[in-house]
Write a new protein. Structure first.
Lengths: 402, 76
């Protein structure tokens, strides 16, 4: 009697099924363990075993990924790695194909960084819309950093070179170690409460990831976000990105750069002011010229010799006044221009056009065009010219009544 | 709490200057008004410039006493 041969599948099929189940059921994951059997193959790929007290798993890190490692993996080293579970059919082995690897410790920090970044981003703390604008012309800059570090020296140097008109308030704070985060939070709150600066530079010089860590802590991020004074964050070197950088109103790659960015150079500002001054003087000059032209055209219209002379005098006087006025401003004499304006207003009122339009006339002796101010100026029956608002006509003095 | 003492805002001074220049440029002001604005403008430029030129950077420390009161102390 023979038992019927059971239905069988091939090893390949089984392995394929195992592969399907296994590779589909693990999302991207981080694994921690100790490295052993490490080989950096001539092909550039890395082969190793990751293990703990009770288990082990084969690991591979291909050349395309391991070339970005910041450290050299070694046997006995505790690491954190991220990768996919795959099945290597030929050997019937499952393994982890690593994409990222960090030494434990730093790896843990890295995970915490990523988690906090994700959380704060979701809450909107990094949104461009919530960032405050940096003041264009700060008068006082607040600095939060270590009083003895390289950062404070760099910042002071830049500000002294560029912008002596800007004052600085330093709130010293620890910038590394366990207590640094709390100190930074207190410093930010103190600066906000004292409310004496227009912008705050928060930062420190370069260091290891652990050194820079306080700037990746949540309370610091929250204090930066809550601070009503704009904050520019400058932590470490160009390549270091911190949570502080992300939540601050602006990020500078170094403390020196932060100082440059927030401080408009004194010389630029003075040039800017010169520009305004030139503009003001030009506008007033043009304005007053318009007034003079008014007087000139009045003169031309009336061919009046004597009033013409009068206008000429007024114009000269007016020029003198403007000259004096500019001098007075240079000397900082206040209230002068008010008097000048009054004087000039009177000049304008004396425009003969205005006088004639009010119904006055001017009489001229025909012989010499002298203005007649006295009956004695003209003999009986003598002709004269009468200038009215709309025109001139000849007339004759009547004979005296008997 | 110590007093706030925010110094004159250059940003505001500059904004006001811009405003004055464009008002004067519009040209439809009386002589009196023009002169008043002109005077204000020149005064503003003088104030800003003299502050800039006479500036000596002051560096101070923000300190907190045991009571939690904040104060400034000059730094050498």
């Amino acid at each position: 009697m023979s038992t019927p041969e059971p239905q069988a599948i091939s090893v390949s099929d089984l392995t394929q099924q195992i592969k399907n189940v296994l590779e589909g059921s693990f999302p991207i994951l981080w694994v921690s363990g100790e490295i052993s059997n490490f080989v950096h193959h001539g092909s550039g790929h890395m082969y190793f075993t990751l293990k703990d007290e009770k288990a082990e798993i084969r690991g591979i890190m291909f050349k395309g990924f391991n070339q970005f490692l910041h450290f050299k993996p070694e046997n006995g080293m505790q690491v954190l790695l991220q990768g996919d579970i795959t099945v290597y059919e030929t050997r019937g082995q499952y393994q982890i194909v690593a994409k990222k690897m960090e030494p434990a410790g730093i790896g843990t920090l890295y995970l915490a960084f990523e988690a906090l970044k994700k959380q704060l981003a979701a809450e909107g703390l990094f949104d461009p819309e919530v960032k405050q604008k940096l003041p264009a012309y700060p008068r006082r800059i607040g600095v939060i950093t270590s009083q003895t570090g390289a950062a404070v020296r760099d910042i002071f140097q830049v500000l002294e070179r560029r912008a002596l008109h800007i004052d600085v308030i330093l709130r010293p704070s620890r910038v590394q170690g366990d207590k640094a985060a709390l100190d930074l939070v207190e410093a930010i709150n103190d600066m906000a409460a004292f409310d004496a600066v227009d912008v705050i530079i928060l930062g420190r010089g370069g260091g290891s990831l652990e050194d820079l860590w306080p700037f990746n802590e949540e309370p610091v991020a929250r204090a930066i976000f809550a601070c009503p004074i704009p904050i520019i964050s400058a932590v470490g070197h160009e390549t270091d990105l911190s949570i502080s950088d992300l939540v601050a109103d602006m990020r500078a790659s170094t403390p020196s750069e932060a100082a440059e960015v927030v401080s408009p150079a004194t010389s630029d500002l003075i040039e800017h002011i010169h520009g305004y001054e030139r503009n003001l003087a030009l506008i007033m000059q043009r304005y007053l010229q318009k007034c003079w032209q008014g007087l000139d055209s009045a003169k031309d219209r009336f061919v009046l010799q004597e009033p013409g002379q009068l206008l000429k005098q007024h114009r000269t006087r007016s020029r003198e006044l403007i000259h004096l006025m500019m001098q007075a401003y240079r000397l900082g004499i206040q209230g002068f221009s008010g008097k000048f304006a009054g004087a000039n207003e009177k000049l304008l009122a004396m425009n003969p056009m205005n006088i004639l339009s009010r119904g006055y006339s001017i009489a001229y002796r025909e012989t010499d065009q002298k203005i007649i101010r006295d009956p004695q100026d003209l003999g009986e029956g003598d002709p004269f010219e009468l200038q009215t608002f709309k025109g001139t006509f000849r007339a004759k003095r009547a004979n005296r009544k008997k | 709490m110590a007093k706030k003492d925010k110094p004159i805002q250059f940003e505001e001074a500059f904004k006001r200057l811009e405003e004055i220049v464009s008002k004067l440029e519009s040209g439809d002001l009386s002589l009196e008004e023009s002169m008043t604005l002109f005077e204000e403008g020149i005064t503003l430029t003088e104030t800003c410039r003299s502050r800039l030129e006479a500036a000596e950077q002051k560096i101070q420390l923000l300190l907190k006493d045991s009571e939690g009161d904040l104060s400034l102390e000059n730094m050498d």
